[in-house]
Design a protein around this ligand. Structure first.
Ligand SMILES: Cc1ncc(C[n+]2csc(CCOP(=O)(O)OP(=O)(O)O)c2C)c(N)n1
Length: 649
């Protein structure tokens, strides 16, 4: 094993230059790492080996200069490294092993083995991997999110490095991230592109000609070009970037497959490992021995190595005193969200040790009510106008959420949930904790019509295994759900409509969700008792459900009215206890095939009981017009709910 001691003064660019001896040590380490990449992909017979070989020197030097060590990887003031082209995992793992973040004897035999932390694309199951990637084009946004969190938290010395492929450069989200880094002068971000000129389908210049240098320059980045295998040149470029007052990108010219003669400069080995005689040749060329390969291979059936548990996100916030609205306030749910957010932000602004709240807006602050936060003491510094760049915003908020702040992103549902679906999925995979407040969901969007009708704000997060979704019934429940969400672990989607709906009152005539009511995730709200039928509602449709029950009662029909604000966390036993033995009508301002009705049907089927059921909701693309008319045309107004109940009795 090569000693890394001669390299110690490179950390945080303490040395002005690299000595010949240091360059030699780095080359030795890289040779070992290249061998390990060939071994691990050879043993797994899977993986992207040639790109790992081209980028190896970049990864290796990065671990020498960044303030990222096996010891400080839970410390938020460390430098963060994002591997944007997550398929270069073999390079990341080999260098992390060389630098002591993980064990070579674990990674080489267990690369891409089911259950091991050495997943196909980099994940946070490993020390030194700060953001899991694989969907190309998202890494720079994660870097932006980290840099924003570092700035808000006053971590002056922390830097962010983003390593990328040249094949991912045409991706649109990258342009969003570049502009954001420039706009907020995130000079602590350094991007390193492995320009090996090759991607899956051939030469990058042929696949999709992209003026990489000009694009980064046009977006305000400082750009330098260097030989990505020349350690001195790389070190000087990286040091200069670290000292620059603009975000800097280094185009590292490299050779695909570097170090293995038959892989150099050809696309074949982009996503294919060497095998047979060629694998043996590659091992020889990199100074390895066949016997070691056989030994490592035999270890693949052994016990699985353990992964790393990323730092737990601790949120410290005083959630303040909930506000109770009455009908006279004429409040919409989004207004209650904005006010509650601003209230908590204000309350905690000057208290020591409190987690900073930051907000991301995509040009809709007035509509999504982030403008209230922006005017608070905390909001004045922590409000980030991201422009119409939802993909970038979703990822940046995700990364920021694991770096010591509570990021709230508010947007229309079609943009925050639908437009950024894949970014939100990656947030969930990364165990992020973004609070996405989506407004204008459902037909409640009104005149904006079909393109703006987000009718899958429950079904989309239902595809993710960690996401929570909350659909409050009225401004009072929204106020309390907002406060709860801010201190809650994991990603939460808070879905609200646009209109002013009635304040939900209890049978006693008082605001049901006012006063001492506490929001509890998963709880079913029992709005009215009844014995002949059950109406199960979600979100703003709760008011129509109550109106329906009142109309039915005039006809001598007694309907129980329930409200589900947490459709992804319904307690099945409780639900079944509440609905069994009577006809059931579900009603929701959501796609009826994939929302509350469908979730309820699954619970009923899996519990083995029979319930006569009708599901009301959005069953076709809706119209553009007053939401009350659009809802009536769709068939889930109060009269429709009452008629559905009657039809089953
Ligand atoms: C969004 C997205 N589209 C497609 C892919 C599939 N894919 C994996 S690697 C790759 C080529 C990447 O080329 P480059 O960034 O140059 O990496 P290198 O060739 O250097 O390994 C593609 C298209 C992906 N991972 N993500």
């Amino acid at each position: 094993m090569t000693s890394l001691i001669p390299l110690s003064n490179l950390r945080h660019f303490a040395a002005n230059d690299l000595t010949d001896e240091q360059a030699g040590v780095l080359r030795d380490v890289a040779k070992q790492c290249r061998l390990d990449a060939v071994l691990m992909t050879g043993i797994a017979q899977s993986g992207h080996v040639a790109g790992a070989l081209s980028g190896m020197d970049i990864f290796n030097l990065l671990l020498a200069v960044a303030n990222t060590t096996p010891e400080n990887c839970r410390d938020l003031s460390r430098d963060k490294i994002v591997v944007s082209h997550g398929h270069a995992s073999a390079a990341a793992y080999a260098t992390l092993a060389a630098w002591g973040f993980t064990r070579r004897d674990d990674v080489v035999p267990n690369f891409r083995r089911a259950g091991s932390p050495y997943q196909g694309h980099v994940e946070r199951t490993l020390k030194g991997i700060d953001w899991g990637t694989g969907n190309l084009g998202q890494g720079l946004s994660a870097g932006v999110g980290f840099a924003i969190a570092d700035r808000v938290c006053g971590r002056e010395d922390a830097r962010v490095f983003v390593v990328m492929g040249d094949g991912e450069q045409p991706k649109g989200q990258l342009a969003e991230a570049r502009r954001t880094a420039s706009r907020f002068k995130l000079s602590r971000v350094t991007a390193l592109i492995d320009v090996n000129h090759i991607q899956i389908s051939g030469r990058t210049e042929d696949v999709m000609p992209t003026n990489i240098k000009e694009l980064w320059e046009a977006d305000g980045w400082s750009v330098s070009v260097c030989d990505g295998h020349d350690y001195r040149a790389l070190y000087i470029a990286m040091k200069k970037a670290a000292e620059s007052d603009a975000p800097t990108v280094i185009l590292c010219e490299t050779v695909m497959g570097k170090g293995v003669s038959f892989m150099e400069g050809i696309p074949d080995y982009h996503g294919k490992p060497a095998s047979g005689d060629l694998l043996a040749q590659a091992i020889r060329e990199l100074g390895g021995e066949q016997a070691e390969y056989e030994l490592m291979k035999s270890l693949r059936s052994g016990a699985l190595p353990k992964g790393f548990a990323p730092e737990k996100i601790e949120i410290s916030l005083d959630l303040g005193t909930p506000k109770t609205y009455t009908q006279a306030d004429k409040k919409d749910a989004r207004g209650a969200f904005g006010a509650a957010l601003a209230d908590v932000a204000d309350k905690n602004a000057h208290l020591p040790g409190r987690t900073p709240i930051i907000a991301f807006d995509c040009d809709l602050a007035g509509s999504v009510k982030l403008d209230i936060f922006a005017e608070t003491a905390q909001g004045r510094g922590n409000f980030f106008q991201m422009g119409i760049q939802e993909h970038n915003t979703a990822t940046a908020a995700g990364a920021a959420s694991i770096a010591g702040v509570v990021p709230v992103w508010a947007d229309f549902g079609v943009f925050g949930a639908d437009e950024a679906y894949n970014q939100q999925r990656l947030n969930d995979i990364n165990h992020a904790a973004v609070k996405t407040a989506v407004t204008h969901v459902g037909l409640d969007v009104g005149e904006d019509g079909v393109t703006h009708q987000c009718i899958d704000y429950v079904s989309l997060p239902n595809n993710f295994f960690g996401y929570k979704a909350v659909v409050p019934a009225d401004p009072n429940q929204t106020d309390r759900a907002t406060r709860w969400m801010l201190a809650e672990e994991g990603c939460v989607l808070l879905a609200m409509g646009r209109g002013v709906h009635p304040i939900i009152l209890g049978a006693d005539g008082k605001p049901f969700f006012g006063g001492e009511y506490k929001f509890k995730y998963g709880e079913i709200d029992k709005l009215r008792e009844g014995s002949d039928a059950t109406i199960l509602s979600m979100g703003c449709v709760a008011a129509s459900a109550i109106s329906a029950a009142e109309a039915l009662s005039k006809k001598g029909i007694s309907a129980r009215v329930l409200h589900v604000s947490s459709p992804l966390a319904i307690d099945r036993e409780e639900l079944i206890g509440l609905i069994k033995g009577r006809p059931l009508v579900t009603c929701e301002d959501h796609n009826v095939n994939t929302g509350l009705g469908a979730i309820t049907a699954l619970h009923i089927a899996q519990s083995g009981i029979a319930v006569k059921m009708k599901n009301l909701g959005v069953w076709r693309y809706g119209d553009s017009g007053k939401s009350v008319d659009v809802v009536a045309a769709m068939g889930f107004a109060a009269e429709d709910i009452a008629a559905a109940v009657e039809s089953m009795l």
